[in-house]
Design a protein around this ligand. Structure first.
Ligand code: MG
Length: 115
């Protein structure tokens, strides 16, 4: 189990980034990392194939491969946060705070971004 923090990950991820106007928060840089969030589709595709090709049984290979795709997705999430000037740790904490607040108010279920 890794003790890598979100912010350390974000810093290291950004150091491996190669794309136009990296780190500027420009529309082009935001578009680039935004398009990269399409990695979510690669996660979905591999999950789909577990159902289609293996009767829904998750093999160790599939688990490993899907984990790698989740990593690819995380890289672009970190990149998007960077281009937006957000710390990934703050994004993660903010999400937990939001869910905890909803849980306390009994509105975890339901819909609406700002409930
Ligand atoms: Mg990928």
């Amino acid at each position: 189990m890794s003790t890598l923090t979100f912010n350390a990950y974000q810093t290291q991820a950004l150091s491996t980034a190669i794309y136009p106007e990296k780190g500027t928060g420009s529309a082009l840089a935001l578009a680039y990392v935004g398009l990269g969030l399409g990695e979510a589709g690669e996660v979905q595709g591999k999950l789909k194939k577990v159902i289609r090709d293996n009767g829904g049984v998750l093999t160790e290979q599939a688990r490993t491969d899907i984990g790698k795709e989740l990593g690819d997705l995380l890289w672009y999430v970190a990149g998007a946060a960077s281009e937006l000037g957000l710390d990934l740790g703050d994004v993660a904490q903010g999400n937990l705070d939001k869910l905890s607040d909803r849980q306390m108010r009994g509105v975890l279920g339901g819909s609406g971004d700002n409930r």
